[in-house]
Write a protein that binds this ligand. Structure first.
Ligand SMILES: CC(C)(COP(=O)(O)OP(=O)(O)OC[C@H]1O[C@@H](n2cnc3c(N)ncnc32)[C@H](O)[C@@H]1OP(=O)(O)O)[C@@H](O)C(=O)NCCC(=O)NCCS
Length: 173
């Protein structure tokens, strides 16, 4: 099953098993992995396991990881989506290739998946956990009008927690 979302400049499609190589290349990029994987270079097997989990999550919950492309261009520019949590509130994640940073793509892609989760899937809320020094990501969450609900030090890392509920005003992608 493939789930496609479109925005003004981007096309997002759910990550498939045949995408493992390209998404692995993105995830091990030194600018992407720094906050996403605590700077760890994940193996291809680990990337495959994330993609398999994403496929299972699409089946079970209707969400997972979408790959982000510029419309009319086959080159992968990023990803956006949700990880399930034990508390039941999915956690928003995203990343954009550094060649395209500062174009508003993270905000545009994350808006699309956020709206899909809150409106199409009718989830009551979504959350995001961000490393405090990741100022670009904090800014993206602010632009998405996610609400800061707390902070903590986890394994020595300062984290900020954000949340957005369906009852709050919808976001234009
Ligand atoms: C965080 C990330 C997704 C942002 O991608 P992006 O496409 O450049 O984001 P956008 O262009 O939509 O918005 C970035 C905002 O941060 C701001 N910003 C960027 N770097 C900044 C900095 N060093 N200090 C302050 N603001 C900064 C930009 O000016 C922009 O805000 P503005 O529109 O008000 O000017 C990208 O840096 C990334 O992929 N990082 C690695 C993966 C990651 O950390 N993901 C988040 C955790 S899951």
């Amino acid at each position: 099953m493939s789930c496609v979302l479109e925005t003004i400049r981007l096309q997002l499609r759910s990550c498939q098993i045949e995408d493992v190589q390209i998404v692995h290349m993105l995830w091990i990029n030194d600018c992407i992995r720094y906050f996403l994987f605590d700077n760890r270079v994940i193996s291809l097997d680990e990337a495959q396991s994330f993609v398999e989990d994403s496929l299972a999550n699409f089946e079970q919950h209707g969400y997972g990881i979408w790959l982000v492309f510029e419309r009319g261009n086959d080159s992968l520019v990023g990803f956006a989506g949700f990880l399930p949590s034990q508390q039941g509130t999915p956690s928003l994640i995203y990343g954009i290739h550094p060649d395209r940073w500062g174009c508003g793509y993270a905000t545009e892609a994350a808006s699309a998946v956020l709206n899909y989760a809150l409106e199409n899937l009718a989830l009551s809320k979504v959350r995001a956990d961000v490393d405090e020094p990741n100022v670009a990501s904090v800014r993206v969450l602010e632009k998405l009008r996610m609400r800061r609900i707390g902070d903590a030090i986890v394994n020595g890392h300062p984290l900020i927690y954000f949340e957005r509920s369906r009852s709050e005003e919808s976001i234009n992608s």
